[in-house]
Structures are given as structure tokens and as C-alpha cells.
Design a protein around this ligand. Structure first.
Ligand code: 13P
Ligand code: SF4
Length: 351
């Protein structure tokens, strides 16, 4: 049955030819990503979506990625997410209502439109990207966050960074911002649980969001690895906790992780703090070169929503396209898309 499904995908893809492009994020399962025309991290895939000439962009990833493809492509191009329930739990931790409330509350202390650049991680809904577009803000990804913070501080003295506190904190730290100048905005409390004094002193206000997958990696995992493999190297995604990033030899996006391991010396023993599908794929790919790639946690850390994109859903959307029917289209309302495009374009121009 699995083989039959794979054949159905290949056959439908062949029939659609250049009318179709399949984009695959690195966290996708093997039996899906093998059908991708392009693979990449969020930044690379955003650029692919913007540059694509295909009529149909089928995004094997999560919802915000398909939204970005819709925003950056031309109006007649169609962005499709094979399973519409493939969301991102981190993206869900920031909503427009809560960010607007934070903006209003900040207004009681300072004028945020004069002194705060809103920065949204690309792992966020389109309306938050639109909010950033409207308020002089910008989008960032895991591979350009420090450059985007540089851009942001060139506009205004403070940053409100959402939804991922870990990416914001690590990027700020790398730029030399002291930890006590970064404060955590608890969106469930009035004024984020902060005093006016704390807000006035802060350079970066970090939203209290995180990735449920990457939070599973712990300093103890790295300490155990180092005890067993003193010459080994540790590489982590910046969505990991600050402590994990600090203990790692390298920190970067999925694309950076792949490139760094590819360029390492044969015989290197790697410990990798990111999603399991990618780490397993890297272990198999680099084994013939004598490199050992080990997953950071002893428990399974998979992105369950990424995994919702399975061969069955992919075959289903492609066969519908062959039959002239579009299913699972992802669209962003035009006004929202226009403002979101502004903040995405600022990012593409700045990175
Ligand atoms: P990358 O842009 O590094 O691929 O990260 C996307 C993501 O969702 C990581 O959890
Ligand atoms: Fe979202 Fe985390 Fe999954 Fe990435 S790994 S898509 S941040 S839940």
C-alpha cells in the first residue's frame, strides 16, 4: 500500500510537470521529502516560493509556511498545504489579540510606534506579520535573526520579539545585549507581568513562547555526551533553551546544521539538538563518510504537526490537481497579505 501511494505521487507529479512545485521543509518525513523539488529551512523556502513560476505550490511543511508562500507568490498562483491541520504550536502561542493588547499596554509607559520595533519570527500567523508590516516591524527566521535585530535597532531603540523567547534571547545575547536588558512578556498577565521601570530599561521584550519539541533538549544531554565523547561536537537549533545553546559548539537553522555537518571532518561525532526526522536523515547520509550523528534526547522529539503531512495526503492533493480540482488551498485575505508582504519584504531585503 505504501509503495502504491508513492507511485501515485510520482505519476501525478509527472502529469502536472512544470505547473507544480513541491517545497519540503527539512523536518518532513523521508517518504514525503523525497518528492520535494526544493528542500530548505524557512528562509530558503520563502525565497523559493517568491521566485517560483509554478501554478501550484504544494508546501510540505506547516501552516505558516503555506501562508508565506501565498503572500509572496503572485495572485494567480495557488498555495496548498496537504493537511490543513498541520499547524505549529509555537505559532499558536502568539495571537493578534494578545499582541495588540501588549502594544496598548506598552503605550501606557512609552510610545511603541516611536521606540519599539515589533519583530515576528516567521513561525507566526499571517495577521501578526501584517501587524509588523503596519507598525514598522519585520519578520525574521532562525537563519537571519541577528541581522534582523540589527535592522530593527537601527529603526528604534527597543524590540518586541514574538513568539519564540529562545530565538530572541539567543540572538540578542550574540549581539552583546546583556541578559538583564531582555525581559519576558508573560501574555497571560496585565502589562506582561512587568513593571514600567523594567519596560523602560529593556532593550528586548521577549514574548513567552517556545517550541514544545526543542524545549525537550536539556543541558544534561550535552554534559553526558561530552563525558562520553570529549572530542565530539554539539550543534543545536536556536529554538533550544538558552542553556542548551550556550553549551553547544554551533547554533543555527536547519540548513546551517546540515551544512556544518556536511563540511566537518570524517570521523566527527556529532550531537544534534533538533527534530528527529532531520537528525535520522543526517545520521544515514553521513554514516558512509565515517561521521556519527546522534540525536540529543533519549526520548522521541518529533514535530507531530509536521508529521501530519503524509504520503496519503500528498497523493490526494496532487491527484485532485490532475483532475482539475484544488483542495486545501491556503489563502491570506488581500489586505492582510499586503501588510504581511511588507514585513516579509523588509526581511528579504535585509538578509
Ligand atoms: P528553520 O527555519 O531553521 O528550518 O526552522 C523552522 C522551524 O520550525 C524549526 O522548528
Ligand atoms: Fe513549530 Fe516547533 Fe514544529 Fe518548528 S518544530 S514547526 S517551531 S512546533
Amino acid at each position: 500500500q505504501d509503495d502504491a501511494c508513492q507511485e501515485r505521487i510520482v505519476a501525478a507529479k509527472a502529469k502536472l510537470g512544470k505547473r507544480l512545485v513541491i517545497l519540503g521543509h527539512h523536518y518532513q518525513r523521508d517518504d514525503v521529502i523525497r518528492h520535494a523539488d526544493f528542500t530548505g529551512d524557512s528562509l530558503k523556502l520563502s525565497r523559493q516560493a517568491a521566485d517560483s513560476e509554478a501554478e501550484y505550490i504544494v508546501f510540505c511543511g506547516v501552516h505558516f509556511m503555506a501562508e508565506v508562500a501565498d503572500i509572496l507568490s503572485r495572485p494567480e498562483q495557488i498555495s496548498i498545504l496537504p493537511d490543513l491541520s498541520a499547524g505549529c504550536s509555537m505559532a499558536d502561542m502568539a495571537s493578534l489579540a494578545k499582541v495588540e493588547r501588549a502594544w496598548r499596554e506598552l503605550k501606557t509607559v512609552l510610545d511603541p510606534d516611536q521606540s519599539v520595533t515589533p519583530v515576528t519570527y516567521i513561525n507566526s500567523a499571517a495577521d501578526l506579520k501584517a501587524f509588523c508590516g503596519e507598525h514598522g516591524g519585520i519578520v525574521c527566521t532562525s537563519s537571519n535573526a541577528t541581522r534582523i535585530l540589527d535592522w530593527s535597532f537601527a529603526q528604534r531603540e527597543k524590540v518586541l520579539f514574538f513568539p519564540d523567547q529562545n530565538l530572541g534571547r539567543w540572538s540578542g545575547f550574540k549581539m552583546g545585549i546583556p541578559l538583564d536588558e531582555m525581559v519576558l512578556w508573560d501574555y497571560d498577565q496585565p502589562m506582561g507581568g512587568l513593571t514600567p521601570e523594567q519596560i523602560r530599561k529593556a532593550r528586548i521584550i521577549l514574548w513567552k513562547g517556545l517550541c514544545s519539541v526543542h524545549q525537550m533538549f536539556q543541558p544534561q544531554h550535552i554534559e553526558n555526551f561530552r563525558a562520553q565523547h570529549p572530542d565530539g561536537l554539539v550543534i543545536s537549533h536556536p529554538e533550544c533553551s538558552f542553556e542548551v545553546c550556550q553549551l553547544s559548539d554551533y547554533v543555527g537553522s536547519t540548513e546551517y546544521i546540515i551544512k556544518t555537518i556536511a563540511e566537518s571532518k570524517p570521523g566527527t561525532h556529532w550531537l544534534v539538538g533538533t527534530e528527529l526526522n532531520l537528525v535520522n536523515r543526517l545520521a544515514n547520509r553521513f554514516k558512509p563518510e565515517g561521521k556519527t550523528v546522534q540525536f540529543m534526547s533519549s526520548t522521541v522529539c518529533m514535530c507531530s504537526t509536521m508529521a501530519r503531512i503524509d504520503p496519503q495526503h500528498l497523493a490526494w492533493v496532487l491527484e485532485n490537481l490532475v483532475a482539475g480540482k484544488v483542495v486545501n488551498r491556503t489563502t491570506v485575505p488581500p489586505q492582510e497579505a499586503e501588510l504581511a508582504r511588507l514585513s516579509l519584504q523588509r526581511m528579504l531585503d535585509a538578509s
